[in-house]
Design a protein around this ligand. Structure first.
Ligand code: BTN
Length: 323
């Protein structure tokens, strides 16, 4: 883990608690000189923290909460979650998936978090809009599983995120096949989060897996994303993203020790798709039918109209209203 600087962390915590705090008060509360406060503030500004200096003192200029990577590392240590060695935090990147891929050459297991992505990627080659206020992160891990077994990672990740959002907000989030985390409002399904899995692998062994997680938290959803919603829009308040990330990592730690069939069972219990009439859109065409079950290999069993049940491995899934 990084050698996090306790004094810098304390400054960030105090800044987050007040609208404006003077250098003198900061110095007193932390037990350091005003010059030391000034130096730490400069270092934090260089790291990209949005700290504003005014005549009255220092304040944080942000419309969201602050992600505190040091607090994430500290919490992982406290809870003995030895899943990753490091948390990388950036103000802006192209995509955390790209950054993780580059860092894979120098680090073993780690988390990359960014406040903003300029070229965020979604499933099926779609762009993923990632303005400030959301959680945009990629977890790079090296599990000892084969390529055939890797399907479980997306189920595991969406289950971890869904449960973390339920635990933190006490709201009823659900899963939609293949790996969307959704909320039901007025009988409409709104997407809160999505998972993107990228692998470097040979047939019998994975070198690494990058699990990309995008969650709409305190960000504003674009009008051209009508099926998306953020936690802030749902609840009219800001949410602490550091707490959400810590909860997700705790869940990952737990579910990495759980058998795939148990993960699938829990996933199915929170899944809105099973039993529904759905339309599956794939490059080779569309299929309409009833979503029956998730197979042992991760495929969706679909009872297409007037046909035997077929296995669907990927595609877009639209829940249809039954007239
Ligand atoms: C989906 O289409 O539902 C998956 C969205 C995944 C978005 C996340 S945000 C962090 C990571 N970086 C990316 O570019 N994409 C994933």
């Amino acid at each position: 883990m990084r050698n996090y600087n306790v004094k810098k962390l304390k400054i960030l915590e105090l800044l987050a608690q007040t609208s404006c705090i003077s250098g003198e008060v900061l110095a007193q509360r932390i037990g350091i000189s005003r010059t030391a406060v000034w130096k730490y503030i400069q270092a934090l500004k260089d790291e990209g923290y949005p700290i504003v200096t005014t005549k009255k003192g220092y304040s944080l200029s942000t419309t969201s909460d602050l992600i505190l990577p040091e607090n994430i590392e500290k919490a992982l240590e406290t809870h003995k979650i030895n899943l990753i060695n490091k948390v990388y935090y950036f103000r802006s990147v192209s995509s955390t998936m790209e950054v993780a891929k580059k860092l894979a050459e120098q680090e073993k297991n780690f988390l990359v978090i960014a406040e903003k992505q300029t070229a965020g990627r979604g499933r099926l080659g779609r762009p993923w809009i990632s303005n400030e206020g959301g959680i945009w992160m990629s977890l790079l891990i090296r599990p000892s599983i084969s390529l055939r077994e890797s399907f479980i990672l997306t189920y595991l990740a969406s289950l971890c995120v869904c449960k973390a959002l339920r635990q933190i907000t006490s709201l009823s989030f659900y899963l939609k096949w293949p790996n969307d985390i959704v909320f039901l409002t007025n009988d409409e399904i709104k997407k809160v989060a999505g998972i993107l899995l990228e692998l470097k692998a040979e047939v019998d062994k994975i070198d690494y897996a990058i699990i990309g997680i995008g969650i709409n938290v305190n960000n504003q959803i674009n009008s051209f994303e009508p099926t998306g919603i953020s936690l802030k829009e749902l609840t009219n308040r800001l949410w602490n993203r550091t707490d959400i990330i810590i909860e997700i990592m705790k869940n990952f730690y737990h579910y990495f020790q759980v058998k795939p069939e148990e993960i699938l069972n829990e996933w199915k219990q929170l899944c809105l798709t099973l039993g529904k009439k759905v339309k599956i859109i794939r490059p080779q065409g569309e299929l309409i039918g009833k979503a029956l079950d998730i197979a042992e290999d991760g495929a969706l069993w679909l009872e297409a109209e007037n046909q035997r049940a077929v296995k669907i491995y990927s595609g877009d899934c639209i829940h249809l209203r039954v007239a």
